[in-house]
Design a protein around this ligand. Sequence first.
Ligand SMILES: NC(=O)C1=CN([C@@H]2O[C@H](COP(=O)(O)OP(=O)(O)OC[C@H]3O[C@@H](n4cnc5c(N)ncnc54)[C@H](OP(=O)(O)O)[C@@H]3O)[C@@H](O)[C@H]2O)C=CC1
Ligand SMILES: O=C(O)CCCC(=O)O
Length: 493
Amino acid sequence: MLEMNDNPLNLNDPDLLRMQGLIGGAWCDADSGETLEVKNPATGEIIGTTPFMGEAETRRAIEAASAAMPAWAGKTAKERANILRKWHDLMLENTEDLARIMTIEMGKPLAEARGEVAYAASFIEWFAEEGKRIYGDTIPEHQNDKRIVVIKQPIGVTVAITPWNFPVAMITRKAAPALAAGCPMVIKPAELTPYSAFAMAVIAERAGIPAGILGVVTGDAPAIGQEMTSNPIVQKLTFTGSTPVGKLLMEQCAGTVKKTSMELGGNAPFIVFDDANLDEAVEAAIASKYRNSGQTCVCANRMYIQSGIHDAFIEKFSEQVKKLKVGNGLDDGVMQGPLIVEAAVQKVERHIEDAVAKGAKISLGGKRHSLGQTFFEPTILTGVTQEMTVASEETFGPMAAVFKFDDEQEVITLANDTEFGLAAYLCARDIGRIWRVSEALEYGIVGINTGIISTEVAPFGGVKQSGIGREGSKYGIDDYLEIKYMCIGGINS
Ligand SMILES: NC(=O)C1=CN([C@@H]2O[C@H](COP(=O)(O)OP(=O)(O)OC[C@H]3O[C@@H](n4cnc5c(N)ncnc54)[C@H](OP(=O)(O)O)[C@@H]3O)[C@@H](O)[C@H]2O)C=CC1
Ligand SMILES: O=C(O)CCCC(=O)O
């Protein structure tokens, strides 16, 4: 147990660590007083608790959001942008504390956590500006005594359910466009990472985001989800997480016909062709596979390496992977933190066991790290084939599954042989091949000669069962707007 003093996480600003939800501008416990423990995945220590809220608290947060909305939506886009800009600036000023909270509750190395704070803040800056560019249309009339005008209006009260793997960025990627468009949002963060969400809400309050416009509830996920998806006040649900939960929420939203955005699981292929630049391909593969210890929905899950470059790639890739330092994310130089919970480690072990039983070889790693139950050695498996579980299921851990292939059409078929379609990657130098393969891949995002595709300026999202909608970019605000067409008659009278 962490020592419970006034500043258990050693923050510069201890007030950023809250253990209560935010409803209508009031910090509160669950009605029942019940709580859930929150643990540091690196040490197993209990950091503190988070309220075990349910339907009633969620309903109150939604009603408070609805009451607060007219004044917020009634501001000009520039007035909202000025407040959002302050939120962005305060986030950056508090980078060290936000990063520390994130590392302690989620495990990612501090350097990655700092990077996430900057990435998360970039969505606020971007959408604060995009809010000023919510343009409508005039349409040439179909009758000469009429005029047609199209305006865009905030969709209404929105709700977000977010995951633990990006505890800050998944909040801003949703809340920033909503707030910029004039909509309030009630957020349910993952029970494993509530403190990042609470800290973001503290900073939002300081920036002047009015009471009720941003609510945070934690606790009984199915009960909170049930209220969010059935409450008729809510007009839109945005979710990032697993595909089964996304499907369930979509079903629940059908009852009141809510608009939904879904950012769900992936099964990213990472293809290296013979003509790729080897060093560039290895660097891209490490970035894509081992970022966040493999716990992102855009992490390479299947690495298809063409036969001519296969052995050279494995040699260089292994040399680099060996250098990844595993440890507590708070320690200097650590590049691979723990996985979020022991069950995540067990999933990696299951994938390895299954693959090895079917003929794959462990080239590197392959077992738990001596540091503890949540740490896993960065691993490379070779000789992986489509029959193995890892070909169809996201590992969500630091294990690279390497397949060998011979020709372009074969690898396109293999890469598309999945119900998922979020991110895909390819490394090649032949420009014709780059275009052909990129166009043929059934994915929402294609990284070419790079393993890092995330930025606020580009549309993030998937096709097939990886989801619906796009986040970030000029498209990311559309989901928080409704289109109204006004037909004005009597022009000539
Ligand atoms: N697309 C992505 O970025 C992510 C994908 N995943 C994938 O999902 C797997 C499982 O991860 P996990 O964290 O369990 O993902 P989940 O989909 O279970 O969790 C994501 C969010 O959904 C909430 N949730 C869970 N069940 C319900 C429900 N019935 N109603 C409403 N909300 C609900 C969770 O709440 P609570 O935490 O309180 O249970 C959390 O806030 C991972 O191994 C990975 O494959 C996971 C995270 C992110
Ligand atoms: O869903 C995820 O895993 C978060 C996306 C990570 C990113 O934005 O790069």
